[in-house]
Ligand binder design. Structure first.
Ligand code: SAH
Length: 419
């Protein structure tokens, strides 16, 4: 095998396959020197690593998009506050429960409640919905994905019965974070939230976009180094896909191939991580999810939101909004899974426990070393043009539209202190 993949990154890939931690420099080398042969080699190793922990199971999560109101103005996101063309909605608690009931009958045993940072999603509202959902379906896991909140809020949500929380770190490099988000959003606050989620007892999902504007190989290496150190139970990575009504409308999409390569690397870094084959992959390639599963992904997240609102939760262009019934989705996926050499299982799909005598890194707190908390001064609110750094996905120099990003008087400060 070594012969076939010989190349500058081969020894590093081999080290990764054997279970050694890699330095940021090694990770960057691996990102820069991707070849189809190396990607295939790592994909095969990643599939085997996944199978050793989870067998042939493919886990399903029923995604329920509870609200598209959002106080934030992330430059990449289609439901950002500044996009006036979005028809805003918030599901009623009964609607959320009805989606879950339908999903449960079809076989789903995890529900992901995702939404924008909507002030109406108070702790009381969310705790009531989580409590009712767990009471109706005690055999199910509930995952929340509703952004940055205070440590006390996270503790309340956990006490109400929520099991897991998805909060992608988006990029582990502070200067790049500022290119993707206006003030007051900061990487430091994002990381503090991830830490608070872990301390509250959630299974935590981090993650990042691949090919986001301004992203370099060094940024991706920092993302991988962070994942290697923090060891999230789940890791959502998907290609950046432009949305027409955002400042990044004209930016190129990320690469499906690179996303799959990174999935394999993350699987090998942590064989027990739960890795979704993300919907953004499907937006770019009808075979995107199949390719992700081949590269080591083991989770799918079909959309159980009411068909009438699916079109209003467009984080990016071409996001599938087919509005199929839960049973139809389940049956179609079960069939697809068989074609992928997997078995769609009626199971919560909890994270596997860390292996006995496993790495002391498990559950490691966020350390400043793992983060590229560079010392660059905080720029103005509008995204800064990215100079000189070649985009990893396209090889083209990324220049970011400097369209006006209004300052945000009503923005919360991330992770507000407890009252
Ligand atoms: N408000 C929640 C949920 C955000 S939406 C939160 O802050 O966590 C879920 C994820 O979609 C985001 O974390 C982001 O990584 C991804 N996303 C948003 N816009 C995208 C785009 N244009 N292309 C690809 N992924 C995108």
């Amino acid at each position: 095998m070594g012969q076939a993949v010989a190349g500058p990154a081969w020894p590093i890939a081999e080290k990764l396959r054997q279970g050694s931690a890699l330095s940021a420099a090694e990770l960057e080398h691996l990102v820069r020197h991707r070849t189809p042969e190396l990607a295939e080699y790592l994909a095969e190793a990643a599939r085997a690593a996944c199978e050793a922990v989870y067998g042939d199971a493919l886990f399903a999560r029923g995604l329920i998009e509870i609200s598209n109101f959002c106080r934030n103005d992330c430059y990449y996101c289609g439901i950002r506050r500044g996009n006036r063309s979005v028809a805003r909605y918030r599901l009623a608690p009964e609607e959320v429960l009805a989606c879950a009931d339908e999903g449960w009958r079809a076989g789903f045993r995890t529900f992901v409640l995702q939404g924008g940072e909507d002030a109406a999603l108070t702790d009381a509202w969310l705790c009531a919905v989580v409590g009712a959902l767990k009471a109706a379906h005690p055999d199910c896991a509930v995952t929340l994905s509703v952004g940055e909140r205070s440590p006390a809020s996270y503790r309340r949500l956990r006490a109400a019965g929520a099991d897991r929380y998805l909060l992608r770190h988006e990029t582990a490099t502070a200067s790049h974070y500022r290119q993707l988000h206006p003030r007051p959003l900061t990487l430091e606050a994002r990381m503090a939230c991830l830490q608070a989620l872990r301390e509250a007892g959630f299974a935590v999902g981090a993650g990042f976009m691949v090919g986001s504007p301004g992203q370099t190989a060094a940024h991706l290496a920092a993302d991988l180094a962070f994942v290697q150190q923090f060891r999230p139970e789940m890791c959502g990575i998907g290609p950046f896909v432009p949305h027409h009504a955002t400042p990044f409308a004209a930016q190129p999409a990320g690469s499906v191939e690179l996303t799959c390569y990174l999935l394999s690397i993350i699987r090998l870094m942590n064989p027990a991580v739960l890795l979704p084959a993300t919907t953004a992959l499907e937006a770019l390639d009808p075979e995107g999810r199949a390719r992700a599963v081949r590269a080591g992904a083991n989770v799918v997240m079909p959309n159980l939101s009411p068909p009438a609102v699916q079109g209003s939760y467009q984080l990016y262009d071409n996001k599938p909004a087919g509005g199929e019934a839960a049973q139809q989705l389940w049956d179609a996926l079960a069939l697809k899974a068989r074609g992928w050499g997997k078995r769609l299982v009626e199971d919560r799909g909890d994270p596997a426990p860390a292996p006995a005598g496993g790495s002391s890194l498990v559950g490691a707190p966020v350390s400043a070393d793992a983060l590229a908390l560079d010392a660059a001064p905080v720029p103005a609110d509008a995204p800064a043009p990215v100079g000189g750094s070649a985009s990893v996905s396209t090889g083209a120099t990324a220049s970011i539209a400097t369209s006006a990003a209004p300052s945000s008087p009503d923005s919360i400060s991330p992770c507000p202190k407890e009252a």
